[in-house]
Structures are given as structure tokens and as C-alpha cells.
Design a protein around this ligand. Structure first.
Ligand code: DHB
Length: 403
């Protein structure tokens, strides 16, 4: 006898790869699997509109751009994006340019994650892919067994999707990750005693390239979006209340952080989309257990300094698609073991880079004059030597030439 609360499935389907999470990682994986003739379904509890309206980072590595363009998702990045051949590190009130092009022969691309998502979602729709947004009550079961399943409910009742492989591309609050027995997973974790206050500005760009600012009032970042819309951030307390920051107060703080003998100042305009972004460094190992694999933020997060999050997610699924393809062809799930170690090589490089950029540029709450002067010396060592700047240029553009 069925218990009264038990709902029988109104639909039961099966697919080769069930993907939980319809952000850039999930959609790109779905696209790559389709190209390899592997059947897949993507589920996300957020609506497409909700994902599109979240303001996210804006920098793409060369490999991310190539993946979008070469696999036929879209080449809009070449029309609406901007190649940046360098960045400015600003400290001691002066700019110091890191010239990517001359150091490593590559550029980074300013192209917001929201646009990457729109390109991917449009392309999946064009291809008639099975992507289900706005799905409530998503659960996964037998995630690590031979035949996992995804269940969710809507007005009609409960739906079941049985899959050969389950991919958790469901972000930093992943439900899939928790399916892996605790005794089998290891979490590497670092928290920071500061956060970013991010906002959009209706004004022309204040600088042609990104400016990463070290100051004794804390970090600031000047980024761009379009000719008339800019994105900026400043270091704040993780518990900062955005309501306490009027536009005037924000501009006063931002101008103070960028001020210097060169007279550099920011072009001001109306501010919107204020939000505090808390951040942390996190890695979950292994990235595979049984029939389940994790990709993107579900497996690792980085602080935003250097904008590695989306790039890592795309790099993960590029490797994952290739490994899944071999595993499906050979009907052998042990092949999935190739995925984690390959992906983690880049993940840990990005962890190091993001941690380094963050700690070099931000002011710790208890920092004294010694700490401040040491950071300035570190920045000076980076910008005044070719090996120092090459490390930054190589990591920022995404380790060009490496898989
Ligand atoms: C942006 C965000 C980042 O974290 C970064 O390092 C560079 C740019 C942005 O939103 O434009």
C-alpha cells in the first residue's frame, strides 16, 4: 500500500546524461554532448529570466572564447565583446600596465557572463535541446549508483528522469555534491574577512582597460560594460548594508581609493544594482564518485579577483564532455576517473592565482603600515620585472597553450 503522502510519477523518462544546473557549465556541457551524439536533459530550479538578471563577472579567457566560437554557440563575443590587451595595476596612486599581448601574446575578453549565458541558452533553444528551467523541488537519488535519477514536481505531479550519468553543475550550493558520502570527499576551504560592494554606473568608461586598485583605504576595481554602462567594485565588510550607501557616499569612497598624483578620477553617473558579494575559496575532491561528476562552482569556487569562476566552469565541461564521450563509447564508467585530475590541474592553478591577486590587493581588517608597505613592494616586484608580470599575464589570460 502506498503511503498517503507518496506521489506516483506522472512522467518517467530516461537519458544518457542528466545535468542538474542550467548555468553556463550545464548548458555548455549539454551543447558539447549533443555534438557528440549523446542524449542529455538539463534541469534548473531558476527561471531563464532569473539567471539572466543576475549581474556577474565580465572577463573571458582566450580558451573560453574559442570554446564558444569554435563549437558554434555564438561569435557575438567578437561583435559585442572587447579584447583587452592588458590591465592596469594601480598602487601608490599610479597606474602600472601589465601588457598581456607583449608578455604572452594573448588578450582577455571583456564579455559579461550574462551574455555567455544568453548565447548558450539561445543556442540550446535553436538546437531543440531538452532544457527545463524554473523547475521546483529538484531531488537526485542513487546519484552515485549505477542508474541515478532526478525527480522534481510541478502542478501535474512528480517527474522522474533516469540517467546513465549524473552531472552536478548546480553551483556553489550544489545539492549533488552532498550525495557523495562525506567520508569519501574532502573539502578545501578558505574564507576572507572582506567582500566586494559591486554596482553598475550609467556613465562613459573611466579607463580603456580594467584597473585593479590597491589603496590604503582598501581595494577597488574599475571594469566596463558598454560605452554608457560601467561595472565597479570596492572592498567592503562582508556584513555591509547596501542601503547605507548613497550614490554620493559611494563616489566619495571610490574617488578616494583611486586618487593619486596623476590626477586620475572616475566618471560619475547614476548607480544601480548595488550588491555585496561575499567570497571564499573552495575545492571539493574528488570530482567524480560512482556515476556522478561535479563541474564548475559545484566542485570549486574562487574569490572574484581575476574573474576565474566562469572560465574554470567552461574548462571543466570541455574536459568532461571528452571524457564522457569515451566512457559512453566504451560503456565503461571507470574512464570517468580521467576527468577530476585533469580538471583539477587548472582548478588549483586558478585557486592560487585568485588567492594571490586577492591577498596582494585587499587590506586585511587588522593590517598595519608594515602590511601595507609589504603589499606595495610585492606589487612593485610584479610590475617591474618581466617574469613577475608574465606570471600574472599568463594566469589572467588563462594559461594559453595549456589544455
Ligand atoms: C569583473 C569582475 C571581476 O571579478 C574581475 O576580476 C574583472 C572584471 C567584471 O565584472 O567586469
Amino acid at each position: 500500500m502506498k503511503k498517503e503522502t507518496e506521489v506516483s510519477a506522472v512522467s518517467s523518462s530516461s537519458t544518457q546524461v542528466g545535468i542538474v544546473g542550467g548555468g553556463p557549465a550545464g548548458l555548455m556541457l549539454s551543447h558539447l554532448l549533443d555534438r557528440a551524439g549523446i542524449d542529455n536533459i538539463v534541469i534548473d530550479n531558476r527561471t531563464r529570466g532569473e539567471i539572466e538578471s543576475t549581474v556577474r563577472a565580465g572577463i573571458l579567457e582566450v580558451d573560453s572564447v574559442n570554446l564558444l566560437v569554435d563549437t558554434g554557440v555564438s561569435d557575438r563575443v567578437f561583435r559585442d565583446g572587447h579584447a583587452h590587451e592588458g590591465i592596469e595595476l594601480r598602487f601608490g596612486g599610479e597606474n602600472h600596465r601589465i601588457d598581456f599581448k607583449s608578455l604572452v601574446g594573448e588578450s582577455a575578453w571583456l564579455y559579461p557572463q550574462t551574455d555567455v549565458f544568453i548565447d548558450l541558452a539561445d543556442s540550446r533553444e535553436r538546437d531543440g535541446a531538452d532544457v527545463r528551467f524554473g523547475i521546483g523541488g529538484v531531488r537526485v537519488s542513487d546519484a552515485t549508483a549505477d542508474r541515478p535519477s532526478i525527480t522534481y514536481s510541478d502542478d501535474q505531479g512528480e517527474h522522474e528522469i533516469h540517467c546513465d550519468y549524473l552531472v552536478g553543475a548546480d553551483g556553489s550550493r550544489s545539492i549533488c555534491r552532498h550525495e557523495m558520502p562525506e567520508s569519501q570527499r574532502r573539502h578545501f576551504f578558505k574564507e576572507y574577512p572582506f567582500a566586494w560592494f559591486g554596482f553598475l554606473v550609467e556613465a562613459p568608461p573611466s579607463a580603456p582597460e580594467l584597473v585593479y586598485v590597491h589603496s590604503d583605504r582598501g581595494f577597488a576595481l574599475i571594469s566596463q560594460r558598454t560605452d554608457s554602462l560601467q561595472r565597479m567594485y570596492f572592498q567592503c565588510d562582508p556584513d555591509e548594508d547596501v542601503a547605507k550607501w548613497s550614490d554620493d557616499r559611494i563616489w566619495e569612497e571610490m574617488q578616494a581609493r583611486v586618487a593619486g598624483a596623476d590626477g586620475f578620477s572616475l566618471k560619475e553617473g547614476p548607480i544601480s544594482d548595488q550588491a555585496v558579494l561575499r567570497f571564499r575559496s573552495f575545492v571539493c575532491e574528488p570530482m567524480r564518485y560512482g556515476s556522478m561528476v561535479l563541474a564548475g562552482d559545484a566542485a570549486h569556487t574562487v574569490p572574484p579577483t581575476g574573474a576565474k569562476g566562469l572560465n574554470l566552469a567552461l574548462a571543466d565541461v570541455k574536459i568532461l564532455a571528452e571524457v564522457l564521450e569515451r566512457s559512453v563509447a566504451a560503456d565503461d564508467k571507470t574512464i570517468l576517473d580521467d576527468y577530476g585530475p585533469r580538471a583539477l590541474d587548472r582548478v588549483w592553478r586558478a585557486q592560487q592565482f585568485s588567492y594571490w591577486m586577492t591577498t596582494m590587493l585587499h587590506t586585511l581588517p587588522e593590517a598595519d603600515d608594515y602590511d601595507n608597505a609589504r603589499q606595495v613592494a610585492e606589487l612593485a616586484s610584479v610590475v617591474s620585472s618581466v617574469p613577475g608580470s608574465t606570471y600574472l599575464a599568463e594566469a589572467y589570460t588563462g594559461w594559453p597553450g595549456r589544455d
